[in-house]
Design a protein around this ligand. Structure first.
Ligand SMILES: [Zn+2]
Length: 97
């Protein structure tokens, strides 16, 4: 049963990769709401406190990973200064409708 928890933890860590990669490589934050990510950061902090108080090691690791990825996402959004060709193309299509 514990393998399910570790698999879920691995997926939480991997799930951030596409977004962080896009922000890192393209410096494109098109459509990203920093407020949403900030709320997720506060939620993860509260859940981390809850997990630590309850002695939940695995879930504490998940929340710490979440917080690290969320902070990295927010930092990369703040430094982004570009709209990548993919998102330019989407914007142009919407403008022509
Ligand atoms: Zn983009």
């Amino acid at each position: 049963m514990e393998i399910i928890g570790w698999a879920g933890t691995a997926l939480v860590i991997v799930a951030y990769y596409p977004q962080i990669r896009h922000l890192w490589v393209e410096k494109c934050a098109w459509g990203i709401s920093v407020w949403t990510w900030f709320i997720w950061l506060i939620a993860s902090l509260l859940l981390l406190i809850y997990c630590v108080v309850r002695g939940e090691v695995l879930l504490s690791i998940v929340q710490m990973s979440n917080m690290a990825s969320i902070v990295m996402t927010i930092v990369l959004v703040r430094r982004s200064n570009n709209i990548c060709p993919h998102h330019v193309s989407i914007a142009e299509k919407r403008a022509n409708v």
